[in-house]
Design a binder for this molecule. Sequence first.
Ligand code: FRU
Length: 497
Amino acid sequence: MIMTEKLIKAREYEEHKEKTISKEQRPLFHLTPRCGWMNDPNGFCFYKGSYHLFYQYYPYDTIWGPMHWGHAKSRDLISWEYLPAALAPDEDYDKDGCFSGSALALEDGRHLLVYTGVRKERDENGEEKETQTQCIALGDGINYEKYSGNPVITSDLLPKGAGKVDFRDPKIFRENGRYSIVVGNKTEDKDGQLLRFSSGDALNWSYDGLLIKNGLRYGIMWECPDYFTLDGRQVLLVSPQDMQAQGFDFHSGNGTLCLIGAEDDSGCFKGEHFQTIDHGMDFYAPQTVLAEDGRRIMIGWLQNWDTLAYKREDLQWFGQMSLPREISIKDDRLIQRPVSELENYYGKSISRQGILLEESTSFPGIKGRCLDMTLTIRSAEPGLSYRRFEIRFAQKGSTYSSIEYDPEENTVRADRSHSGSRRAILHERTCRVSDRKGTITLRLILDRFSAELFLNEGEQVMSMTVLTDKEAEEITFITSGKALMDVTMHELGRQVE
Ligand code: FRU
C-alpha cells in the first residue's frame, strides 16, 4: 500500500504525541482519541477476532478540524489498543474531511470502510460550495487503501428534491446476499430523510428508494443512522440536529432517537414507537455492532455538540466514547445495559442492605471515581415516607455532581452545575421514569471524566462528562424523609493496566 504524506504525517504525529499523555490523564475504561479531538464512533465492527472501532479524529488539536479516522481495537470492549490512523483527508474528493461511516468484513476477508468524503470549492461567484459523497476504503484491519473508483455514491444518484450538500454518514449492512447502505440527507426544502442504496459487490451502487422521511417531527437533519433487527423488531437509530424539547422526552439541540417499527411492502420504514436513547447531557451519534454471541452492542460519543465549552484545558485529548451497552427490546422500548465484560474489572466490593437514610449520610469505603454502584431506594414505611433522594458524587468541599430522584413526580435529574465548571452552559437535565411507587434502581458507573446512569434496569440512561479533579471522590446520600437503601459498589480497575 502506498501511503500519502498526510496519512504518514498523522501516524507519526499521533505515535509521538500519545507518549506525552499519561494513563492517569485519561479515563480508566472509556476510549479517548490517541491525541487531539474525537467525535462520532465510526466503523464499529467485529473483524478477525477483535472489535474494531474507528472515530472522527483530528489529531493535531483538541478542537474539530479536517476529519481523519482514528482507529482502536479491543477483545472485550473495555480495554482498547490504539492502531495507526486509518484514513486522512488526502484525496481530491475528501480533501476537506473523511466524515462518519461504517465498516463490514467482506467474504474474501478484506475489511471495507464506507465513509463520507467532503469537498469544498468556490463557484464562479466566489461562494463556497460543499459536496458530500460516499466513498470506500479496503484494508486488512490496519492499513486501508481508498478505492480507485471513489466516490461510489454521488449526488447524481440522488432522487428529486434531495439536497446535495447534507448527504452523509453511510451505514452498510448485508441482507439476503446483497449489500445495502442507508445514508442521511437534508432535502432541498430542509427536512431530514434517509435514503437507501444497494449493490451486489459493495462497489457499484444504485439508488433503492426512500427509507423514511422525518417530516420535521424530530429535529431537522438526521445524522448517523443505524438500521438493524433486534428481538424480532426493526430498529432505526438516528441523531437528529436542531430538536425542540417535548415534555421530558426529547430535549432541544442535538439529540438521539430510537424508532421501533416495521418495513412496508415498498421497503419504507414506519416508526411505531419513538424514544430518546439517552437523556443525559452528553451522548450522540451511537452505532451498533452484532457480537459473535448474538448480542447487539451500542456505543456513542460521550459528548454533545452543544456542550463543547465544558472542557479541561490541561488535557491533550477531547472527546470520549460511552461505555458499550447491550441493547434489547422490552414492551416496545429500547433497554440498555452496560456490557457484562465490565464485571471482569471489578476490584474491591461493598454491599449493604436495608440502610435507613435520613437527611445526609456517607459510609466508610463508599467513595471513589472509578466504580460501578447499584442502589435500590424504597419507602421505609407504607405509603411514601420520603420526598426526595439525592446522591452526590465526585465531591470535595462545595464541588460535586448529583443525581436526584423525585418519587412523587417520577423524575430523575442529573446535575453537574457544581462540578467546577466556569461556563454558563447546559449542566442539568431531567427525565421521567416509570412509576414504581417510590422504589427505584439506579446503577451509576463512574470513570475519571464521566458518569453514566442506568435507571430501572436500563429503561432510561443518562450520560454526562464530569471533569472535576480526581481528588473529589466523596459520595453522600441525602433524603428528605425516611428511605431504605440497598447498595452494592464495585471498584473498577482490576485488569486495566
Ligand atoms: C455528527 C457529524 C456527522 C459527520 C461528522 C463530522 O456528529 O456531524 O454527521 O459525519 O459529525 O465530524
